[in-house]
Design a protein around this ligand. Structure first.
Ligand code: NAP
Ligand code: GLV
Length: 306
């Protein structure tokens, strides 16, 4: 069995070492143009040439949860696309979003400014009931996030394509209930996959439906957000602030206004990182299962886009 590793912007050495140790019976190589075709591929943003050279691939393992970039390419027929299914990302995402929610709700940035000025002072405690949190996307990551936030007694709403029942989360489904979901939400968390249906979904109209003094936490993809619309709503005060981990262009260009906006917190696409050890173990387990003809979790439906 041949396994090709073809990941842009990823240091191949440690991955190759761990993969070779985990599947000693396979030939695991970093892809070079013209290499013999592989049975399985481990990829992140591979060049089109790599995919065009593959005629016998059974599995294309994306070393992340989001497959939007991969699905833009021409994929070899018959190969299943498999995403990382949690692999330690859900707990990271839960801690990141809970931190952002609490930092905003408890006005910790205001306290940090006060302390920097040597001031000792108290803010009036806010009511949790006034800060309902809405999670867009209740998949592997969104479900974990929604339930983690609910542990802090915030009212939590969740929105998905198909109905979902999660303890402590009020579910809203599909386009018909989207407006109702937004109107019931003040802190909005985006954990949708990027698909033609969800691109630009965070815009003037949708963010405008949030409760006044809304707050946006985008940890999904930059292309979900219309940047200019957010800036306009921050200026008008309808949206109080945003924590943005993902951007249309990454790295975020130096001249982009998000860098210096007083109401925006920027992080460099780091809310849930791919963990090599967990990912190698998961991918190897799935390669073995596919080789035995067994089903595996996390197979992407290219028509649906996630
Ligand atoms: P997932 O398991 O595929 O879940 C996607 C969820 O979105 C599902 O609940 C799905 O609804 C819902 N959804 C999809 N299209 C929808 C639509 N048109 N309307 C309403 N709901 C829709 O994905 P995941 O693993 O939770 O990851 C979500 C995204 O997070 C990834 O695609 C990636 O872009 C992003 N991500 C970011 C980072 C980071 O570091 N910033 C790290 C990892 C992932 P159904 O349940 O009804 O199908
Ligand atoms: C990271 O953004 C991922 O999709 O895993």
């Amino acid at each position: 069995m041949r396994i090709a590793f073809c990941c842009t912007d990823v240091k191949a050495g440690p991955w190759l070492d761990e993969l070779r140790a985990a599947v000693p019976d396979a030939q695991v190589e970093e892809w070079q143009p013209g290499a013999p075709p592989a049975d399985h591929a481990i990829v992140w943003a591979p060049p089109q040439q790599f995919l065009d050279e593959q005629q016998q691939l059974k599995g294309i393992f994306n070393i992340g949860a989001g497959v939007d970039a991969l699905l833009k390419l021409r994929l070899p027929a018959g190969a299943r696309v498999v995403r990382i299914d949690d692999g330690g990302m859900a707990v990271q995402m839960a801690e990141f979003v809970c931190h952002a929610v609490i930092r905003h709700f408890r006005e910790l940035d205001v306290y940090a400014d006060q302390v920097a000025q040597g001031k000792w002072g108290f803010r009036t405690p806010r009511r949790r009931a006034d800060f309902p949190v809405g999670v867009m996307g209740l998949g592997v990551l969104g479900a974990r996030v929604a339930q983690a936030v609910a542990q802090f007694d915030f009212p939590v709403n969740g929105w998905s394509r198909l109905p979902k029942e999660l303890p402590g989360v009020r579910g809203y489904t599909g386009a018909e209930q989207f407006g109702e979901f937004l109107a019931a939400t003040r802190i909005l968390v985006c954990l949708l996959p990027l698909t033609p249906d969800t691109e630009n979904i965070l815009n003037r109209d949708t963010l405008g439906k949030l409760r006044p003094g809304g707050y946006l936490i985008n940890v999904a993809r930059g292309a979900h957000l219309v940047d200019a619309d957010l800036l306009e709503l921050l200026d008008s005060g309808h949206v109080a602030g945003a924590a943005l981990d993902v951007f249309r262009d990454e790295p975020l260009p130096p001249e982009h206004p998000f860098w210096r906006h007083s109401k925006i917190t920027v992080t460099p696409h780091t809310s849930a990182r791919t963990l090599r050890e967990e990912s190698v173990a998961q991918i190897v387990r799935k390669i073995r299962a596919l080789e035995r003809g067994e089903p595996v979790a996390g197979v992407v439906d290219p028509q649906r886009g996630y």
